[in-house]
Design a protein around this ligand. Structure first.
Ligand code: GLY
Length: 373
């Protein structure tokens, strides 16, 4: 196997490794073996990922004498539901998954969140391994132990913190993503540079296009650095009492835009985060917190990468500035009715604040809307 990077997440008795590199699926058995009490695992995946990667995982486990049973759920956000959670948990029980067994989540964020939550509540908690197959899942959702499903009242409102026992981020698998899905995940990669590492952002400005074109060394380094930054934050604040909220840079705007577009194909999650990061920098500049050039630099990089940057890049109509502000009122960071934002003092220097005049947010949104016309 070629070079594999490892990021350790030092969470005491919940500590685990994130392994990053091409070919990890083929060697999954050797990686997972140390966690197993017996040579059998239960894999939860979706139908799309199953067609692409389940046979490779089966062979990779069999190479180390490990049997697997698998459940493929429908792809898509609608799978993060009580119905699919119930189906997954009953299936795990029918397949006699015991307290000391390991559940594997093979897929993107939807499968990682759902299978992780199923593992969290099965027999009061069994261990699980994340094998994320999208860039977004490799750099964000598979790390840090957030698991859960959606409620009709909002996304991710039901869930548990349940850390995986191991994360295997096979970077060769990223080659099967569409360019749009890859770039959507890249929105979360850029977010890490913007929130806490200016040198990483500068590096992305340089290598981003090569990375998107398939440069494996650049992909491994981008996933490694993102996971290291996430691990550092999660170790400081595992259950999001403070610093972990920084990971939501761009998400207050992004979630409002996702809600406005009905969580549809019009705007993928990472696309909303990228547009949201640009807007968060606009607000920061308008408040005199960061240099006027910073938002332009953020937008220039997103443009270079061929990503959505402005509201005009989102197809169809959007609510007006007040409509978007109302949607932000549903944000999970709202505390006692007060909107809280992640803003920036510069590239790589984000902070959480409730001290954001509504009029400034409204005017940034109104200006962005005017550009759309
Ligand atoms: N995706 C944000 C977090 O894990 O906290």
């Amino acid at each position: 196997m070629s070079a594999i990077a490892t990021v350790h997440v030092p969470l005491g008795e919940r500590a685990y490794d994130i392994k990053i590199g091409p070919g990890l699926l083929n060697h999954a058995g050797a990686q997972i073996r140390p966690l197993l009490a017996r040579s059998r695992v239960a894999v939860i995946t979706d139908e799309t990922v199953a067609k692409l990667h389940l046979a490779t995982l089966r062979d990779g486990l069999a190479a180390d004498g490990i049997d697997m049973v698998s459940l493929a759920l429908p792809p898509g956000e609608a799978t993060k539901s009580w119905a699919c959670l119930g189906q997954a948990v009953e299936w795990l029980l029918e397949n006699r998954v015991e307290r000391w067994d390991v559940v594997i989540a093979l897929g993107g964020g939807v499968i990682g969140d759902l299978a992780g939550f199923a593992a969290a509540i099965l027999r009061r908690g069994v261990r699980f391994v994340q094998i994320p197959t999208t860039l977004l899942a490799q750099v964000d959702s598979s790390v840090g132990g957030k698991t859960g499903i959606n409620s009709p009242l909002g996304k991710n409102l039901i869930g548990a913190f349940h850390q995986p026992g191991l994360v295997l981020a096979d970077t060769a698998v990223l080659g099967t993503l569409t360019a749009r899905d890859f770039l959507s995940g890249y929105g979360e990669v850029v977010k890490y540079g913007l929130l806490g590492d200016a040198a990483f952002f500068t590096w992305l400005e340089k290598v981003g296009p090569d990375l998107a074109a398939g440069d494996m060394a650049a992909r491994i380094e981008a996933v490694r650095r993102s996971c290291q930054m996430k691990a550092d934050i999660v170790v400081r604040d595992e259950t999001e009492q403070g610093d972990r909220a920084l990971l939501n840079l761009g998400h207050t705007f992004g979630h409002a835009l996702e809600a406005a577009t009905g969580y549809s194909d019009r705007l993928l999650h990472g696309e909303g985060v990228a547009v949201g990061c640009a807007l968060a920098f606009e607000v920061s500049a308008k408040m005199g917190l960061c240099a006027q050039e910073d938002p332009s630099r953020v937008r220039a990089h997103l443009r270079d990468m061929g990503m959505k940057v402005d509201l005009a890049d989102i197809s169809g109509d959007l609510p007006d500035a007040d409509g978007l502000l109302d949607l932000m009122g549903q944000d999970k960071k709202v505390m006692d009715g007060q909107l809280r934002f992640i803003l920036a003092r510069g590239i790589g220097d984000a902070f959480l604040t409730a001290d954001v005049p509504r009029d400034i947010v409204r005017s940034v949104l109104a200006e962005a809307q005017a550009m759309q016309k």
